[in-house]
Design a binder for this molecule. Structure first.
Ligand SMILES: [Zn+2]
Length: 451
């Protein structure tokens, strides 16, 4: 009996010691005792070798870590301090990675080892002034870890291995996606309205692209016209990275109202008809209509009345000209007074002409897609200034490009239409909710302003 009691006592003591040891090690953090045990706990996606985009299946709402050395929120402050870099910065102008690291106090041998390790995944010769780096040193001032970020969503991490060299791995960071909405009135131009709303030109371009089959943004907008747009924005640590898709957009103006919803990889109007049509309205993005289609016009160079078979769009030399519809290049070369010209053959007997170009990109016999770059604006042939003469012919006969019948694509199938209608409803609700939130924020700001 006595023996059993002793035995139980012994077990209790052993258990107590074991529990205490576990408790002690977890409370002070094992990694602070053994720094080499530190595990990279970032929520980054690790990709070896080649370029890969973050997969769409990754939850877009997952916030991304402040940097590759950030640790789990649950970890202690102590650990966070342990993994802060010893030196960090950007490469800077007129500098090389080598020069920068020398100035940080690394030895040429260490840098050479590092460069060799990096060569397989990232070439330091491609370094840019804004590229960021972080240096982590061991006690003896030897490089332990090196992080190189050529852009906010990409990091290369070099860690010293057992052989004394470095192992480099690529980490692609997942940006945080936010959905925002904007409802705004036009004062001067579409561009100005969106920029005034705090967004960038890139969003203006996306908006213009969506409606490029229906709206001529040189002529159409009027003061007081309203635009609504629901769009995705990507951030890393509250820093804007890029725009995602425009999910819904509306243009309500004096000249008409157009809606569009992103669905199944394309844009559809509220009834589910695709916005994509056979012809784009214009062969370029930025330019001004300088001369309209007319059967009798005074020619500025020939000084006599002559019919004008197309529309002229004045634009800067070198502006990109694109195919207004899918087709085959049947002519690419010099065509008398038209100068350097491209002619495309489209279905249903349609042809389009792009004249006075400075450079021809599409070659005869080539098939081009709608929106594909085919030439650059110039002033070859009989002209007074740089512009593109855009002409549409049906079976060889010139027609007015702005009044041609524009064939629509096939609408959604009944099954898809049902899903589409639900999408439209949820997007409209989201726009309403977001824009109401925006105006509430504005009111709050106003209320804070002293009288
Ligand atoms: Zn012309």
């Amino acid at each position: 009996m006595n023996l059993i009691n002793k035995y139980v006592q012994l077990i209790c003591i052993v258990l107590f010691i074991a529990v205490s040891a576990v408790f002690l090690s977890s409370s002070i953090g094992i990694s602070s005792i053994f720094p080499s045990f530190e595990k990279d706990t970032t929520k980054t996606k690790i990709v070896d070798g080649n370029l890969t985009e973050s997969p769409a299946s990754v939850p877009a709402t997952e916030p991304f870590p402040s940097d590759s050395t950030a640790v789990d929120k649950a970890s202690t402050e102590k650990i966070t301090m342990d993994v802060a870099p010893d030196i960090q910065g950007t490469i800077g102008k007129n500098n090389t990675v080598y020069g920068k690291l020398i100035s940080c106090g690394l030895s040429p041998t260490q840098i050479l080892n590092l460069t060799q390790a990096f060569n397989k995944t990232f070439d330091f010769r491609a370094a840019a002034p804004d590229d960021r780096f972080q240096i982590f040193l061991a006690g003896n001032n030897q490089l332990k870890k090196f992080i190189y970020s050529p852009d906010p969503l990409r990091e290369y991490v070099a860690e010293r291995n057992e052989t004394g060299g470095f192992t480099v791995s690529r980490h692609d960071l997942i940006p945080e996606k936010k959905i925002e909405a904007m409802e705004i009135s036009l004062e001067s131009s579409l561009s100005q309205a969106i920029l005034n709303g705090g967004e960038k030109q890139r969003l203006v371009d996306q908006f213009v692209n969506i409606f490029s089959w229906d709206i001529d943004f040189f002529l159409f907008p009027r003061k007081g016209d309203r635009i609504t747009v629901l769009y995705e924005k990507y951030f890393k640590d509250d820093t804007f990275i890029k725009y995602g898709d425009i999910l819904a957009a509306k243009y309500a103006g004096e000249n008409g109202t157009f809606s569009s919803f992103f669905f199944d990889g394309g844009y559809y109007d509220e009834q589910g008809h695709p916005l994509r049509k056979m012809f784009l309205r214009l062969p370029l993005k930025f330019g001004v209509k300088t001369s309209d289609y007319s059967i009798r016009r005074f020619h500025p160079v020939k000084k006599k009345y002559k019919r004008h078979n197309g529309i002229d769009y004045g634009a800067k030399m070198g502006t990109t000209i694109f195919a207004t519809a899918n087709g085959k290049v049947i002519f690419s070369g010099w065509k008398g007074g038209y100068g350097k010209t491209i002619v495309l053959q489209h279905p249903n007997g349609y042809q389009t002409y792009y004249a006075h170009c400075s450079k021809l990109i599409a070659k005869k016999g080539q098939f081009v897609d709608q929106g594909e770059t085919i030439a650059k604006v110039g002033m070859t042939g009989i002209v007074t200034g740089p512009h593109v003469h855009y002409e549409v012919r049906i079976k060889g006969k010139p027609v007015n490009p702005s009044t041609i019948k524009n064939f629509k694509g096939t609408p959604l199938s009944p099954q898809k239409l049902e899903k589409f209608r639900a999408t439209v409803q949820s997007r409209l609700l989201l726009v309403e909710e977001k824009t109401r939130l925006n105006s509430k924020e504005e009111k709050l700001v106003l209320a804070d302003t002293p009288e």
